[in-house]
Ligand binder design. Structure first.
Ligand code: ATP
Ligand code: MG
Length: 636
C-alpha cells in the first residue's frame, strides 16, 4: 500500500446522475487509487485507476467536498461540471486528510485555475490552437509557498467579500469557497509531526506490513502512537482492539474478545474453529481483517492468544502465522498480567507461546517517557518497574505520605487494588455530601447497553451532587487541560448540567458526549452521557493506560506483580502523588517477564549491531537503518 499527498489508495465509486438525481452510470473500484495530475495546460485533474479497469479523469473544477467522515476513511467529492460524485472509502484516514488538503491547497492557490473557475472561451480556443501534445504529469508536492499562496487567497476572499449571515456555509461544503481553513489546522490525523523519532520509526515499520511488537515503560506514548498507526491504515480492513474495555476506548477500538467472536476461548481448538466458521459474521470479519492491532497485550492470556492464532489460520484457510494478518501488538509486560486461574500452569503471557516468535518479526522499545517530566520520578518508576527498591526510593516515596496534594477543594483520587473497595468509597463519600442528587442516565443505542457497559468508560448511571469529586472521561480541549483523566469537583448545576472546576482552576459546563463502540459484526453503537465519573476512588485495574492528575494510594493489599508500578506510574509527578504506606515488599516484577525483557533487549542490541554497527539514535540515518533492519529480518 502506497499513499502520498497527491496519491491515495482507497475504494472508489463514481456515480453519474441527472440534474434530478437519478443515477445514469456507476463504476466501482474496490481497490483503486486516486492521483492528482495536470495536463499540458497545467489544468488539474483527479485520475481514478485500478489494475483491472480503465482510468477515469475528472477535471478539478467547481467541486464540493464532503469530509465529515474523514476519520473513518470516507469522503465524497461532487464534480459539478462532470455531473458525477466520487465516493471514497477505506482510505487510511491520515492519507485521506493530506490528499484532500493537497487538493484544497493546490486549487485555492492555483493562479490559472482557481476555485470554481470555468475556462473562458478564449482559453479553450487558445488551447485548441496551441498544438501542444496531450500529456499528463503528477502534481508537484505541496510546498510552503503553495500554502502561503492559498492562505493569502483565503484571507483576501474573506476580507473583501464577507458572506452574509443568512447564507451560512454548511460545515461539510469544503472546497467550493474560501472557508475550509480546517484543513490547515493541526488535525490529530493530518500530521505526524508530534511523534518523536522512536515513535516515527515504529509507525514506518507498521506501514511496511511487518508483524510488530512494541513496548516501553508506562507513559512512553504507546497508546498515543497506536492511535496514529490506526489512522494510517485503511479502516475497513484494520481492527483496533485492546485487552480491556477501558484501553480499547482509549484508542477508539473494540475489545479483542468482541472482535474474535470465540467467547472467552474456553473449549477445544476444534470447537472454537467450528464456532468461528459457523457464524457467517465472525468468519467474514476474520477474512476481511488485514491488520490486527492489540493494545495492552500484557493482559491477553497466552493460551487465548495461541488459540486465536490457530482460529485465524483455520478461518482464513491460510497457513501463515495468524492466517497472514499483519499483527501490531503493543504493551508493557511489566504492568498488569492477564487474569487467569491461579491453579493453571504455563503460557500465562503471550510471549510464552510458541506462536509468539513465529508471528513477531520486528520489535521496538520506546524509551522517552512523556507522562512525567521529572527525572527523579522517572528514575524511581523505572526501578519500581523491574521490582528494584533502594533505600533512597523507599524514603522518597514514604515522604509523599504527608504531603498535601489537594487544592481548591479537589481531593486526591484513591487508587485501590480491589474494584469493590473503590466502588464502596465512591458511594459512601457521595452519600456523605449534603445537597440534592442529580441523576444522569446514559442514552444507548437499542439493545446495546451491556456491550456499552463493557466497552466504554462512561457509566450507564451517574449520580452527582455539588461537591462530588469527578474525573473527566474525554479529551474536551487539550490546550485548556480538559483531558481524559483530568480531576475536578462539581461546583454547581447550570440548567441541569454539572459545572466542574478542574485542578487548573478552569470551569467547564459539561454537555452530553458520545462514545462509539463496534460489536462483533462491526455495527456501530453509541452511548450518550456526561463525560464524568466519580473520582474519590478508582481501581488500579481500571486505571491502567490512564494519566491522572492527583492520586493517593495504599499499596498494602497489592496482590499482583506490576500492580504497584501501574498505580504509581499513573501520577504525573511526585508532587501530585501520595503513597500512604509504602513498603518495598509490595513491589515486585514477574521473573518470567524480566527474563523475557533480558532476551528482548539482547535481540534489539543484536539487530542494531548487525544492521548498523552503531546505536539507533543517529537521526540522519533513520530510514536507512529501518530498511536494513527490515532486510535482515526478512532474510532470517
Ligand atoms: N510524541 C508525543 N508528544 C507529546 N505527548 C505525547 C507523545 N507521546 C505520548 N504523549 C503523551 O504522554 C502521555 C502518555 O501517553 P500514553 O498514554 O500513550 O502512554 P502509554 O505508553 O500508552 O502508557 P501506559 O503504558 O501507561 O498505557 C499522554 O498524555 C500522551 O498524550
Ligand atoms: Mg497505553
Amino acid at each position: 500500500m502506497e499513499s502520498g499527498d497527491s496519491f491515495l489508495s482507497c475504494a472508489v465509486t463514481v456515480e453519474w446522475t441527472t440534474p434530478q438525481g437519478s443515477i445514469i452510470r456507476k463504476v466501482n473500484y474496490k481497490t483503486g487509487s486516486l492521483r492528482l495530475i495536470r495536463n499540458e495546460f497545467r489544468e488539474m485533474y483527479m485520475e481514478i485507476t485500478s489494475e483491472k479497469q480503465n482510468a477515469i479523469r475528472l477535471a478539478l473544477k467547481g467541486i464540493n467536498v464532503f469530509k465529515k467522515f474523514m476519520a473513518e476513511g470516507k469522503a465524497s467529492i461532487k464534480f459539478q461540471e462532470a455531473g458525477c460524485t466520487l465516493f471514497i472509502s477505506n482510505a487510511p484516514p491520515t492519507n485521506l486528510v493530506s490528499f484532500l488538503r493537497t487538493v484544497f491547497v493546490k486549487m485555492t492557490g492555483d493562479k490559472e485555475q482557481g476555485i470554481n473557475k470555468t475556462p473562458s472561451k478564449q482559453s479553450v480556443r487558445t488551447k485548441l490552437l496551441s498544438g501542444k501534445a496531450k500529456a499528463f504529469e503528477e502534481i508537484s508536492p505541496v510546498t510552503v509557498a503553495d500554502i502561503c499562496q492559498a492562505k493569502s487567497k483565503i484571507s483576501k476572499a474573506t476580507t473583501t467579500t464577507p458572506s452574509p449571515p443568512s447564507k451560512k456555509r454548511k460545515p461539510d461544503e469544503a472546497i467550493k469557497g474560501p472557508a475550509p481553513k480546517k484543513l490547515y489546522s493541526p488535525s490529530p490525523l493530518s500530521t505526524t509531526s508530534s511523534l518523536n523519532e522512536e515513535q516515527t520509526r515504529v509507525l514506518e515499520a507498521c506501514l511496511s506490513g511487518q508483524n510488530i511488537f512494541f513496548t516501553g515503560s508506562a507513559g512512553t506514548g504507546k497508546s498515543f502512537l497506536l492511535k496514529r498507526i490506526v489512522a494510517a491504515l485503511p479502516p475497513d480492513v484494520t481492527m483496533a482492539t485492546a485487552s480491556t474495555g477501558v484501553a480499547a476506548c482509549h484508542i477508539g477500538g473494540t475489545t479483542l474478545h468482541a472482535f474474535a467472536g470465540i467467547g472467552d476461548g474456553s473449549g477445544t481448538l476444534e470447537n472454537l474453529c467450528e464456532r468461528a466458521t459457523k457464524s457467517a459474521l465472525v468468519a467474514q470479519k476474520w477474512r476481511k481483517c488485514k491488520h490486527l492491532i492489540i493494545d495492552e497485550i500484557s493482559m491477553v492470556d497466552g493460551l487465548y492468544f495461541e488459540k486465536l492464532e490457530a482460529v485465524a489460520r483455520h478461518v482464513r484457510k491460510n497457513n501463515k502465522p495468524f492466517g497472514g494478518i499483519q499483527l501490531i501488538l503493543c504493551g508493557d509486560f511489566l504492568q498488569l498480567p492477564p487474569v487467569v486461574d491461579k491453579n493453571r500452569s504455563g503460557k500465562k503471557f503471550c510471549f510464552q507461546t510458541s506462536c509468539w516468535d513465529k508471528c513477531i518479526k520486528l520489535c521496538f522499545e520506546l524509551k522517552q517517557v512523556h507522562r512525567q517530566t521529572d527525572q527523579e520520578f522517572i528514575s524511581i518508576l523505572n526501578n519500581i518497574r523491574i521490582g528494584r527498591v533502594t533505600k533512597e526510593i523507599s524514603e522518597r516515596l514514604l515522604k509523599t505520605a504527608s504531603q498535601k496534594i489537594e487544592s481548591d477543594g479537589i481531593l486526591a483520587t484513591r487508587l485501590c487494588s480491589h474494584t469493590n473497595d473503590s466502588k464502596s468509597i465512591n458511594n459512601s463519600k457521595l452519600r456523605d455530601l449534603e445537597g440534592e442528587e442529580k441523576i444522569f442516565s446514559a442514552q444507548d443505542s437499542d439493545n446495546a447497553s451491556t456491550l456499552l457497559d463493557m466497552q466504554t468508560i462512561a457509566p450507564s448511571k451517574l449520580v452527582l451532587k455539588v461537591g462530588a469529586q469527578v474525573m473527566l472521561l474525554k479529551n474536551i480541549n487539550v490546550n485548556a487541560g480538559l483531558v481524559n483523566g483530568a480531576r475536578g469537583v462539581v461546583v454547581r448545576f447550570d440548567e441541569g448540567l454539572p459545572v466542574v472546576r478542574f485542578k487548573n482552576k478552569k470551569e467547564y459546563t459539561t454537555r452530553t458526549e458520545r462514545w462509539y463502540v463496534k460489536n462483533s459484526s462491526g455495527s456501530l453503537f453509541c452511548r450518550r452521557q456526561i463525560p464524568l465519573n466519580l473520582a474519590w476512588a478508582f481501581s488500579i485495574h481500571k486505571s491502567q493506560g490512564l494519566t491522572l492528575d492527583c492520586v493517593e494510594m495504599s499499596l498494602s493489599k497489592i496482590f499482583e506483580a506490576g500492580q504497584a508500578y501501574v498505580a504509581l506510574s499513573r501520577a504525573q509527578s511526585l508532587d501530585t502523588l501520595r503513597v500512604l504506606d509504602f513498603d518495598s515488599r509490595h513491589v515486585w516484577a514477574n521473573p518470567d517477564v524480566l527474563e523475557f525483557y533480558q532476551r528482548f533487549r539482547r535481540r534489539l542490541q543484536q539487530m542494531e549491531i548487525v544492521a548498523l554497527g552503531r546505536p539507533l539514535s543517529d537521526k540522519t540515518n533513520k530510514k536507512i537503518k529501518l530498511r536494513e533492519i527490515l532486510a535482515k529480518q526478512l532474510n532470517k
